[in-house]
Design a protein around this ligand. Structure first.
Ligand SMILES: [Zn+2]
Length: 87
């Protein structure tokens, strides 16, 4: 018995699975793309965080208080870096 019902159920399952997978993915921290002399970027959507990071003479104050990308919701992992981190 593979009627219309089971077929639509399969579609629904696949939809839910991919939705859950997407949720799982954005909840799994990804390393922020941090490069000297440029604003950080989201590892998922690649958008720049320049509106969230102040720039002093080319040094960016990283928006480490952001736990998620404001654009796609990706959980962010800010790796420790030595750059300007002396204090
Ligand atoms: Zn993003």
């Amino acid at each position: 018995m593979t009627g219309r019902l089971s077929q639509s159920q399969t579609t629904e399952d696949a939809y839910r699975r991919s939705y859950e997978q997407a949720l799982k993915d954005i909840n799994k921290p990804m390393s922020v793309v941090v490069k000297n002399w440029s604003p950080s970027r989201c590892p998922r959507c690649k958008r720049s965080f320049e509106s969230f990071e102040l720039c002093f003479d080319g040094y960016y104050r990283r928006a480490k208080s952001m736990e998620r990308c404001p654009y796609c919701g990706q959980t962010l992992d800010w790796q420790e870096e030595d750059e300007n981190n002396a204090i």
